[in-house]
Design a protein around this ligand. Structure first.
Ligand code: PLP
Length: 382
């Protein structure tokens, strides 16, 4: 097969997204306004939550959800070691301490037993991550948290749309945080969303996302608005502009179509790699539906002669660009004092890689990735 280049990810933007953004550019209101409000309404309806509050990123969403939950100095928040760093830095910014725990070897999501072992009288929240789009062990985690004053805040950055036992992620805990970052399943280039059924939390998130003003700035400029406002606490500049919201609205309306496209790629990979003894495939538990954000595989290192890094490098030479999700949090200088108690994550990090996965992959693209992976495995076989 001829040499091709398969990027790790490519956003799926149609004329509809371009038209929606163009319309906002033409209509004279660029920042948070009607588009953001419509996006919030569609998101709440799609997920089945009472509130959805648009913000500038999932990192901002996590930060505000934690603040709404009353998390602050002296508190502890349990986070999995395998996640993007902002799951933990959002905790740091509240003044609380992230307590990093190990993950399950198969689904790579927060290990309920590790959560339970990490509980102290200061534990005030837990942030399960729906890794690769697959919902975490929500029943067990919420059961452990129940009655102890521990908020469950779902890091749903990978998981739109995904569900657990028929319920949407983002509606399973006290709050959910979503990402519309460029590589995510639904994108507005940058953006995020807080979901919750809690009226008070929603009000607090709304105020904190825009400087702590007591009413949204856009209302001040409407015909019936007023220039006067009050500030009751120091908020943040975390609002989502309408340019982004307009794009996210179109993407949200396409989310099942986009997911089906990624599922098609996942099925092809699964089928092709099923017999490969040097690869361990990611599971698909029957009680949950994945958003198929990532296609992680683990190398069975005793069966091959090269390291994960060398393997990725060999794929890249053939034009197939993989990635790694994630560098465990306790490997970073910022959190290194917490290293030593996450053996599953350490083992995972040695051998995990993510193959290209995006909705616009053609059958030829997928076949090429499969062929390159197979050839590389053959070359490295012990
Ligand atoms: C991407 C990501 C985030 C951060 O999302 P942003 O919108 O870029 O802030 C948080 N958690 C996880 C697991 C992510 O993958």
């Amino acid at each position: 097969m001829n040499h091709r280049t398969i990027p790790f990810h490519r956003p799926d933007i149609t004329g509809a997204e371009i038209d929606a953004v163009t319309q906002v550019l033409k209509n004279g209101w660029l920042t948070t306004g009607e588009e953001a409000r419509e996006l919030e309404a569609s998101m709440a309806e799609a997920l089945g939550t009472t509130h959805a509050i648009a913000v500038s990123s999932c990192t901002a969403a996590l930060h505000l959800a934690l603040l709404a939950a009353g998390i602050g100095p002296g508190d502890e928040v349990v986070v999995p070691s395998i996640t993007f760093v902002s799951t933990a830095t959002s905790v740091v910014h509240t003044g609380a301490r992230p307590v990093i725990v190990d993950v399950l070897p198969h689904t790579h999501s927060l290990d309920p037993a590790a959560f339970e072992a990490a509980l102290t009288p200061r534990t005030r929240a837990v942030i399960p991550v729906h890794y690769a789009g697959l919902p975490a062990e929500m029943d067990t985690l919420t059961e452990i948290a129940r009655g102890k004053g521990i908020a469950v805040i779902e890091d749903s950055a990978h998981a739109l749309p995904a569900s657990y036992k028929g319920k949407s992620v983002g509606s399973l805990g006290e709050a959910g945080a979503f990402s519309f970052y460029a590589t995510k399943t639904v994108t507005s280039a940058e953006g995020g969303m807080v979901t919750t059924d809690n009226e008070e939390w929603a009000a607090r998130v709304r105020a904190l996302r825009l400087h702590g003003l007591d009413r949204d700035a856009w209302k001040r400029y409407r015909a019936d608005g007023t220039w006067r406002y009050d500030v009751t606490e120091a908020g943040f500049k975390y609002n989502m502009p309408d340019t982004a919201a307009a794009m996210a609205r179109v993407q949200l309306s396409r989310m099942y179509e986009l997911t089906e496209q990624r599922a098609r790629v996942v099925r092809a990979y699964d089928e092709a790699f099923a017999g490969e003894e040097a690869l361990e495939l990611f599971p698909h538990p029957a009680d949950r539906e994945s958003a198929y954000h990532l296609y992680p595989v683990k190398l069975n290192l005793p069966r091959i002669t090269c390291s994960r890094d060398e393997f990725l490098e060999k794929l890249a030479v053939c034009g197939v660009h993989g990635s790694v999700h994630f560098i465990p949090l306790h490997h970073f200088t910022l959190f290194k004092e917490q290293a030593g108690n996450q053996p599953v994550s350490d083992n995972l990090f040695e051998r995990v890689l993510s193959l290209p996965l995006y909705s616009g992959m053609t059958a030829e693209d997928v076949d090429y990735v499969i062929e390159v992976v197979r050839d590389t495995l053959k070359e490295c076989r012990r």
